[in-house]
Design a protein around this ligand. Structure first.
Ligand SMILES: [Zn+2]
Length: 324
């Protein structure tokens, strides 16, 4: 009978599902469209898992990462706005269908855990910064998820960079999110006419109306001065926020992930340079900044690792994650 671990990355649009073996090899992965009614979500996911797993299997656990406020001890989603789930005990819900143990964490923590697993135990203090629609992070401190009192650590997107800056959706002004998220980059790019460079985008069948962050990077690379200054401002702000963050947490490694991290090595190098320019010298010397490795698989991988951690699978098993 095959022993497997299931990792779920539940997002607002898709539920990503990964099946791993005990040596952390990814056996299978697929995704489902997230159903709008969170209450039927568990049955829907469980049916899909059952029909995709080997006919005879022993599942050691289901790990889950989900955006929102999570009470990981009580396996309860306190608030997941996208799925309209409030005070929802996911373990009880799974118990209606299966006795397989369930573990849950906030999605940013789970993604950081996935990257940490990939580091194979060489690093104990690590942070994953996610640059997407918003700017988020997950913190691993002394090989454990660093949660804080209410699981509110890692809100680096709400570090205030410019007190007179643009209004953030948190109600304050000038948060990193308003400058360095995909949304912030597009907003800043549209503040001034982009001009003739738009013709470059027409080549890619893009229009200004639905400009996305990758267009701003594309225009910046192709000589549009305004877009270049938008990206430079985002890079400098990230460097500043990370330098401040590192002065407090002293991470050994900061990984840059999320869709915007795919803008190219040049972008990652520029963030690293901005960080090293501003960080305390001793901190700077001992911090590595690089691109996250797992991309879209960070969530399912970290969710599977959540099961391993809770089942106390040994460090030797964990080191086999190098084969992932
Ligand atoms: Zn904010």
């Amino acid at each position: 009978m095959e022993t497997v671990i299931v990792g779920l990355d539940i997002g607002g649009t898709y539920v990503k599902i990964g099946v791993f073996d005990r040596e952390a090899e990814l056996i299978d992965r697929w995704q489902l469209k997230t159903v709008e009614d969170g209450k039927v979500l568990v049955e829907y996911i469980w049916n899909s898992i059952q029909s995709n797993l080997p006919s005879e299997f022993n599942c050691e656990g289901i790990g889950i990462g989900i955006p929102g406020f999570i009470d990981y001890k009580n396996k309860t989603i306190i608030e997941a706005v996208n799925m309209r789930l409030y005070n929802f005990n996911i373990e009880e819900e799974f118990k209606k269908y299966t006795d397989i143990p369930v573990f849950i964490e906030n999605d940013a923590n789970v993604a950081a855990l996935g990257e940490f697993w990939k580091e194979s135990g060489d690093i104990a203090d690590m942070t994953l910064i996610t640059l997407g629609t918003g700017v988020g992070s997950g913190i691993i401190s002394d090989s454990e998820i660093f949660r804080g009192k209410k699981g509110m650590t890692g809100e680096i997107g709400h570090c205030i960079i410019d007190v007179d800056g643009y209004k953030c959706n948190c109600g304050r002004h000038g948060c990193l999110d308003t400058i360095a998220s995909a949304t912030g980059i597009v907003r800043a790019a549209l503040e001034q006419p982009i001009g003739d460079s738009l013709e470059l985008l027409d080549d890619q069948e893009k229009t200004r109306r639905n400009l996305v962050a990758e267009d701003v990077f594309f225009l910046a690379k192709n000589g549009n001065k305004h877009c270049r200054s938008v990206i430079t401002h985002a890079v400098d702000s990230l460097g500043l926020a990370l330098a401040n963050y590192a002065a407090i947490m002293n991470p050994e490694k900061i990984l840059i992930g999320g869709g915007i991290a795919d803008a190219g090595q040049e972008f990652i190098d520029a963030i690293a340079q901005a960080f090293h320019d501003k960080a305390l010298s001793e901190v700077s010397k001992n911090t590595i900044i690089s691109k996250a490795r797992l991309g879209n698989d960070a969530g399912i991988t970290g969710a599977a690792y959540l099961v391993c951690k809770n089942n106390q699978i040994t460090a030797k098993d964990i080191n086999k994650a190098q084969h992932l």
